[in-house]
Design a protein around this ligand. Structure first.
Ligand SMILES: [Fe+2]
Length: 499
């Protein structure tokens, strides 16, 4: 086993020799030092497992030496103080400072060695625990950044984690608009609510571009991803702060940056936290890039669905906006019913496609200006079934989408089609689309009649509360009337017979 290194500090040469011999007998490697000043110098060069210092020394006491080491050493070794009887109060003071133990002189060798062994062992354990704890914390934090693809979630979690690790007074995360941007205002965190005003004004006053240009200039010619200053950077703002740390978020391009501001005292905590900070920023950059890609994919998907919806609606000269309108109204109702963001998004997709099965219905039926015959109506009623089969390949990724298409003509009272589901079996997201679909059909011109006045439509929907429509959805509709009315588009048309 490696010998443990002990630094022994005492201005009494005789004591030094006696203690050294005792420790060496127990297999420790001992460095002697007859003045505190020399001890400070030695500590700059060499590493020790333990420091044992006398309490009463000329020039600097053992307490003053301990305080100096604890406050100035990056990773101070444990310290034991040797003292004679009658100095217990001073020893208590030393322990409060962070000194680990004390030895009363004259000591029994076995007691002395016990204290030395125990102190070294405890310090090693403490270090291991700290490392493990820090690793687990960082691991949990980076996991938590990566478990979402929503850009707002990612950036919120990222800056929250950075704030926890770095403990600034204010921190903010900017995602840069000039490089593919998704956010224009930063996420801001403050340690004390009273600094919120300062934080807001600080970040409102400086446009992202000025910040980024300044930081990039400062980082020019270095490979460093961060910049630290304990003086103010020239940003032309009149708020006092003591130190600032800026860290760039980067993959193959710069995605944004985080600013950490210490208002009241300088803090170079980052020096100790550089490796966790690097992990968090690396993970964060990847998560932001993934979220950005995901958003782009979703945008493309939505555009494809919208084109498809326009194609469906174009089969009828009156119905150009029907699917898009139903999507707008459905999302308003879903929000009012406080459905989760993801479900609202899916309802948006499903409502765009609800009538996709009409692609398989002849235009002569869709555009017929008079009442449909029974055979024609039966044919028309096939459009949810056709729609479901068209979307069959999307069943795995979007199971609810197929439900929305297949069931959008079901009724709360069980009198709908194709399966005659009722209030207990129709999913809420379908009930929402059903109402939005009927509302848009009534508020649009049809091939055989003009649109109905708004107040008549509202009365009609109220009349069917609990028969055709779910009462909760009707209530949400009534509460959303001003918003729905403001979205009414023209000219749009209903779709013959079946909405
Ligand atoms: Fe329909």
């Amino acid at each position: 086993m490696d010998k443990k290194n002990i630094l022994l500090v005492d201005d009494d040469e005789i004591i030094l020799d006696v203690v050294k011999e005792t420790l060496e007998n127990f297999n420790y490697r001992v460095t002697l030092c007859n003045s505190p000043q020399k001890a400070i110098d030695i500590l700059k060069k060499d590493r020790f497992n333990l420091i044992i210092t006398d309490l009463s020394m000329e020039v600097m006491t053992g307490i003053e030496l301990s305080r100096y080491i604890i406050e100035n050493h990056q990773d101070p070794p444990p310290i034991i103080i040797m003292t004679g009887y009658g100095s217990i109060e001073t020893v208590v003071e030393a322990m409060q400072l962070g000194v680990k133990d004390y030895i009363l002189k004259p000591f029994k060798v076995s007691n002395f060695i016990n204290v030395v062994e125990k102190t070294i062992k405890n310090a090693e354990l403490e270090k291991e625990n700290l490392k493990l704890k820090e690793f687990l914390e960082i691991y949990a934090l980076s996991e938590n950044i990566n478990n979402t693809l929503d850009i707002n979630d990612v950036s919120g979690k990222l800056i929250n984690n950075i704030h926890k690790i770095m403990k600034p007074d204010i921190s903010a995360l900017y995602l840069n608009k000039n490089f593919n941007i998704f956010k224009t205002s930063p996420d801001i965190f403050v340690t004390n609510e009273k600094d919120k005003l300062i934080a807001n004004s600080l970040f409102e006053k400086i446009p992202t571009k000025i910040y980024l240009d300044t930081i990039l200039k400062l980082l020019k010619n270095t490979n460093s991803p961060y910049y630290y200053s304990d003086t103010k950077i020239n940003l032309n703002i009149d708020i006092d702060y003591k130190s600032i740390l800026v860290y760039i978020l980067k993959t193959s391009e710069i995605l944004g940056f985080a600013v950490m501001i210490y208002l009241h005292q300088t803090s170079d905590i980052y020096k100790k936290k550089l490796s966790p900070l690097k992990i968090i920023f690396d993970e964060g950059s990847i998560a932001i890039e993934n979220a950005n890609l995901h958003q782009k994919n979703k945008d493309i998907f939505l555009k494809v669905l919208q084109s498809l919806a326009m194609t469906i609606d174009a089969k009828d000269a009156y119905t150009h906006y029907h699917s898009i309108n139903v999507s707008i109204y459905s999302k308003i109702l879903a929000k009012k019913l406080q459905l989760p963001e993801k479900e609202i998004e899916e309802i948006g997709y499903g409502s765009l496609l609800h009538d996709i099965g009409k692609i398989g219905i002849p235009e002569s039926i869709l555009n017929k200006p008079s009442k449909l015959t029974d055979t024609e109506y039966e044919h028309m009623k096939q459009h949810p079934v056709i729609g479901k089969s068209i979307l069959h390949s999307m069943k795995e990724q979007f199971p609810t989408l197929l439900d929305m298409v297949y069931y959008h003509h079901e009724r709360y009272d069980g009198k709908g089609y194709p399966d005659g589901l009722d209030k207990n079996t129709i999913p809420l997201y379908v009930k929402i689309i059903t109402l939005a679909d009927s509302f848009d059909a009534m508020s649009s011109d049809r091939s055989y009649r003009m649109k109905l006045p708004f107040n008549i439509i509202v009365e009609e929907i109220k009349k069917n509360r609990g028969t055709q429509f779910d009462p909760d959805v009707v209530d949400s509709f009534l509460e959303s009337l001003p918003e729905i009315q403001s979205k009414l588009q023209k000219p749009n048309g209903g779709v013959n017979g079946s909405n």
